[in-house]
Write a protein that binds this ligand. Structure first.
Ligand SMILES: C[S@@+](CC[C@H](N)C(=O)[O-])C[C@H]1O[C@@H](n2cnc3c(N)ncnc32)[C@H](O)[C@@H]1O
Length: 292
């Protein structure tokens, strides 16, 4: 199925307007594959016919479906493993001490896709029940895609999905077989909640998150949108909280509000907390000094 340049520009424009995600020329090959199931389902013969319907503006739900189909939702349990070890060895023990009085932790997975990242975090707590007894753990998963959030809420994964990142013992202990595949057990579902949310908009309640994960979400945002996203994330962190990004992602050069944690590579803190962020001069620190 061929797509004209003008049609691919319209689709890329729609995606960027709704989510900030850019479909650069080199990624436009994805369009045809990504939309083929939707075209079949809606009985639309060609991409250009789809564009005509979109441009007429008669079917608002169709444009949302198109946007959702164009998003990259790749995820799996304990993706890249090391960040979860870092949370378990460094951030969570520190928070266990610092929040000993309130015994409450708030964690936000921004751009959680179908929820595997959220249940992976819930599993870290569930595997240490003695340590966290008496604590209120609130793990919020958000995504701009309502289809992803529906799936995340169901907590149900296919055999293939549940095996990606989980060992066989973890799978049997924390998931039970059900009609659609494997469903997360109550102990994993209890601390989690999900909500449709766009990271470029006002942060979700209640804010003051101790840990925010925003992994593999900002990669294809323009520089301006990335800066805006970092501002939103920074505004919703606890003063001594952490932001975690995906492998190869950084705040450097994008915001003056966040800096690398000197003690934990891969975690970022608010720069106001100068004792704990890296002092090395870099584009982000120069921006901070200039009051950006
Ligand atoms: C590649 S997945 C990453 C999922 C998970 N964080 C991980 O690393 O495995 C990126 C997710 O970000 C979501 N996303 C993209 N733009 C977004 C936006 N502006 N606001 C919220 N979520 C967004 C997509 O729908 C997708 O589910």
């Amino acid at each position: 199925m061929q797509i004209s340049d003008s049609s691919s520009r319209i689709l890329a424009g729609l995606l960027e307007a709704r989510t900030g995600q850019q479909l650069t020329m080199s990624r436009r090959w994805r369009i045809e594959t990504a939309l083929s199931a939707l075209l079949r389902e809606r009985g639309i013969a060609t991409l250009d016919e789809l564009i005509t319907i979109l441009v007429m503006g008669k079917e608002p739900s169709l444009s949302q479906q198109v946007v959702e189909a164009l998003l990259n939702n790749e995820t799996y349990f304990f993706r890249d493993r090391a960040p979860f070890d870092l949370l378990q060895r460094y951030a969570l023990p520190e928070l266990a001490q610092r929040r000993d009085k309130t015994r409450r932790l708030r964690i936000w997975s921004a751009g959680c896709s179908t929820g595997q990242e959220v249940y992976s975090i819930a599993l870290l707590f569930a595997e240490e029940p003695e340590k966290w007894r008496g604590w209120t753990i609130d793990i919020l998963g958000t995504d701009v895609s309502s289809g992803c959030i529906d799936r995340a809420r169901s907590g149900t994964y296919t055999q293939f999905e549940v095996q990606r990142g989980l060992g066989i013992n973890q799978m049997i202990k924390w998931f039970e077989e059900c009609d659609g595949g494997w469903r997360a057990v109550e102990a994993l579902r209890r601390p989690v909640r999900f909500q449709v949310h766009n990271i470029l908009e006002q942060p979700p309640h209640p804010g003051g998150f101790d840990i925010i994960l925003c992994r593999n979400v900002l990669l294809y945002l323009s520089s301006d949108r990335k800066t805006l996203a970092f501002e939103r994330l920074a505004a919703s962190m606890a003063e001594d909280g952490w932001l975690m990004l995906g492998a190869g992602e950084t705040v450097i050069g994008q915001t003056g509000k966040l800096g690398a944690d000197i003690k934990a590579r891969g975690l970022y803190r608010l720069v106001g907390d100068g004792s704990r962020v890296e002092k090395r001069a870099g584009p982000d620190r120069r921006a901070a000094a200039a009051g950006a």
